[in-house]
Design a protein around this ligand. Structure first.
Ligand code: FES
Ligand SMILES: [Fe+2]
Length: 397
């Protein structure tokens, strides 16, 4: 198919999807209903606090699954890199001279020192700060300080330890365990079409920040339901969305949450043909286990990566605020700043502040179980996915 025809076809198809989602959201709005799971689901609080279980689950759900660690637009040019530590593994992701993105363990092959400080940057080579061994952006050991006095070693055997890495739909996926590979297309399945529809490679980054938050599951649970939006976010993101109205679609472990905007009220009596199919709903895409992509206001998007900390009680969240295009006017700049400060307030001062109180209660005997309601089906799915992965790993062991 000709490219422009294909694009047109995609747009029409996407409009059909958005129209259908708007129709489903509007039906709930009219009836005061929401998508529901079959029944409420209890989950034992040890799932949130048992340190041994935490390590086993991190191993299965983070160290042996592909994680979206960066956006393609963070590393557009050859030599652009991002270094970070993810569940104890220091990683460096770098775009090579051939345009391919590769990932390595950020550790020197001489005696293991970190070769690159955490952060995003640009470099032609990475020189270890300890004894100045230098590596190319393709991970090859290319020079050693005082090589003659050191003696001969085989450079081909001493490249940086490579991790499986793939780029799809504007996201860079990495597998943290050396030697393991992943069939990313099988893992994402048809969810790839959803990710592609976001066109992440064409946005611009407005701002990036890191937030300390409560434990892994406490933090993520909050991204997976809209039950709390009226009560907790009444002054921030809840102003725009209808609390407790969820349309849910799943692709294996990955989920798309559709929230209704308050403007649904304006189209109750409007014929479908007149709808602006992008105006009255808000989509949140969750790629298991820790990526949430949320288009909150037209032209702005929030990407959140939630990284489990060293204990079950902490996480670090990387928030990347995107804009459809870099702000050109004062007004556009102001709109970006308003968006950025609103999501900061909603997540840090509302979601994670409440999350902190949940962490405190986990240290008491107040609850033996938490309960997820029928109106929290995406949270239920998330916990079922963890349980299923743990069962499968047990079956293989
Ligand atoms: S540890 Fe890197 S050069 Fe020695
Ligand atoms: Fe929230």
């Amino acid at each position: 198919m000709h490219k422009s025809a294909a694009t047109e076809h995609d747009t029409v198809q996407r409009d059909d999807i958005m129209r259908d989602l708007t129709r489903r959201a509007l039906a709930h709005f009219r009836n005061g209903t929401t998508d529901q799971a079959a029944s409420p689901m209890p989950i034992e609080v040890d799932a949130y606090r048992d340190p041994a279980r935490y390590q086993r689950e991190l191993d299965r759900c983070f160290r042996h699954l592909p994680l979206a660690l960066a956006l393609s637009i963070e590393l557009p040019e050859a030599g652009d890199y991002r270094a970070m530590t993810v569940v104890d593994v220091p990683v460096i992701i770098v775009r090579g001279k051939d345009g391919r993105v590769r990932a390595f363990i950020n550790a020197c092959r001489h005696r293991g020192a970190r070769i690159c400080k955490p952060g995003t940057g640009h470099s032609r080579l990475f020189t270890c700060p300890y004894h100045a061994w230098a590596y190319s952006t393709e991970g090859q050991l290319i020079s050693r300080y005082a090589a003659d006095s050191f003696g001969d070693v085989d450079h081909d055997q001493l490249g940086l330890t490579e991790l499986w890495c793939a780029e799809r739909a504007g996201l860079i996926y990495v597998l943290l365990t050396p030697g393991e590979r992943c069939d990313i297309d099988a893992w994402l399945g048809d969810f790839i079409g959803e990710l592609e529809s976001l066109k992440l490679e064409s946005w611009s980054i407005f701002e990036t920040r890191e937030l300390e938050g409560p434990g892994w599951k406490v933090a993520i649970d909050g991204y997976l339901e809209v039950y709390h939006h009226n009560s907790l976010h009444g002054k921030t993101v809840g102003q725009m969305t209808i609390g407790n109205l969820l349309v849910l679609d799943t692709w294996g472990p990955h989920q798309r949450l559709t929230f209704g905007r308050k403007t649904l009220a304006d189209i109750v009596d409007e014929p479908e043909e007149q709808w602006d199919v992008n105006a009255h709903i808000r989509l949140i895409h969750n790629c298991f286990p820790n990526l949430s992509i949320s288009g909150i206001l037209g032209g702005h998007c929030l990407v959140s990566q939630i990284f489990p900390g060293p204990t079950p009680e902490t996480t670090t969240t990387r928030q990347i605020m995107l804009t459809a295009s870099a702000p050109q006017t004062e007004q556009e700049l102001k709109a970006c700043e308003t968006f950025s400060s609103m999501v900061l307030q909603a997540v840090r001062d509302e979601d994670y502040a409440v999350g902190g109180t949940i962490q405190a209660s986990l240290r008491t005997s107040a609850n033996h179980e938490f309960i997820f309601g029928r109106n929290e089906p995406a949270v239920q799915n998330y916990h079922r996915t963890i349980a299923r992965l743990m069962d499968e790993s047990g079956a293989r062991a």
